[in-house]
Design a protein. Structure first.
Length: 372
């Protein structure tokens, strides 16, 4: 279980805490709200960002460093769970190239494939309704999880001061991107799902040979739109996932083809169930009320419960998932545990809210110190 901070207060109490430099004092002995005579409105993330932009580059970097240094002194599990995930950029591989299945490998008689650039009319017409799964859109990242590789990867050398500040004032502790990617790497450990993850990360294409930049098969299938099913992608599924080379292009329009398409649909649904639970778990590791595809937001509270039960250890969370591979049964089991202790999740969410307030307070204090 995590230590839950009291509601944070402002004014002279905050200034005293900042001089002491330790939030643990605030967590154990916060005065009641009516004891803060000069309480003020906590600035918003947008207000704080505007103030940061008025400073020169050196002052901006100093503000961010000072906030991060103060957090290093805190002993809360919520803080240290994230801070401890930091690794140097060299610890991460580069992401896999975004590739597509080639007709020459699976359907030589199919039309050759050509990449259609994002933003073009043809791309918009074919993929306008395809939306990437919403997952922590407000988190600035240098490290992400690559579903094709099954590894945390670097997409930038490091986050600069402005990006780190943006994360802080939105309630994310430093290195939250490392934590999210590492949690996903630990939880995405099923060999069958790893093969499906690689398959569905290939780019989506149509029967005429167009392949659409930036739109994965997962994005296309998840959009719910009517999809074309090129022989190239269907036979790639048969070979790579089903382990059969018995399909040859052109695939006859018969029951056997329909069964193949049905197996592909079922595989996607299984993989989506697998993926969204792990995305919700990773989001719940770094935020109390994360921005996530609305359909799957109810998963977050369940994952927060499990994190508390496993001591915030990703390997232990992965073990819980392996014990009950079926998502529905897993959720039923977690719900039963929560009903037995209904008071456990709300205090954790309140703790996250309080930490978000405190991060903005720290940022405001450091900006004032720097003249911003």
């Amino acid at each position: 279980m995590v230590a839950v901070p009291e509601r944070l207060v402002l004014g002279r109490w905050l200034r005293w805490v900042l001089r002491v430099g330790c939030l643990s004092v605030l967590l154990t002995a916060a005065p009641a709200q009516d004891q803060a005579p000069d309480a003020v409105q906590v600035p918003t993330a947008e207000q704080l960002t505007a103030r940061l932009q008025k400073l020169d580059a050196e002052a901006r970097a100093t503000v961010v460093r000072n906030v991060e240094k103060r957090l290093l002194r805190e002993q809360s599990h919520l803080v240290q769970n994230v801070l401890d995930r930091e690794r140097g950029p060299s610890a991460y591989p580069a992401p896999a190239a975004r590739v597509w299945f080639e007709p020459r490998d699976y359907a030589p008689v199919a039309a050759p494939r050509q990449l259609v650039a994002a933003g073009t009319a043809g791309h918009r017409a074919a993929t306008g309704r395809c939306r990437p799964f919403e997952f922590l859109p407000d988190l600035q990242v240098a490290i992400v999880y690559d579903w094709a590789l099954g590894k945390a990867v670097r997409v930038a050398p490091n986050l600069g001061p402005e990006a780190r500040f943006a994360n802080l004032v939105r309630g994310f502790f430093p290195h939250s991107d490392h934590a999210v990617a590492q949690v996903l790497e630990a939880l995405d450990d099923d060999p069958d799902q790893r093969a499906l993850g690689d398959y569905f990360e290939h780019l989506y294409g149509d029967r005429n040979g167009a392949v659409f930049a930036g739109v994965s098969l997962y994005d296309a299938w998840n959009s719910g739109i009517q999809l074309e099913m090129p022989d190239t992608d269907a036979i790639a599924f048969a070979v790579r996932i089903l382990g059969t080379a018995s399909f040859v292009s052109p695939i006859p329009e018969d029951r056997r083809r329909e069964r193949l398409y049905g197996k592909l649909r079922e595989a996607f649904e299984r993989h989506r169930d697998h993926r969204v639970v792990r995305l919700a778990a990773a989001a719940a590791y770094v935020a109390g009320e994360p921005k996530l595809d609305a359909t799957y937001l109810p998963l977050v509270a369940r994952c927060q419960w499990v994190w508390q039960q496993v001591g915030w250890e990703p390997k232990e969370f992965a073990a819980r998932l392996r014990q009950t591979p079926d998502r529905t049964q897993w959720l039923l089991a977690v719900d039963a545990e929560i009903r037995a202790a209904p008071e456990a999740v709300a205090p954790l969410r309140q703790a996250w809210r309080d930490w978000g307030v405190f991060l903005r307070q720290l940022a405001a204090a450091e900006l004032a110190r720097a003249g911003g």
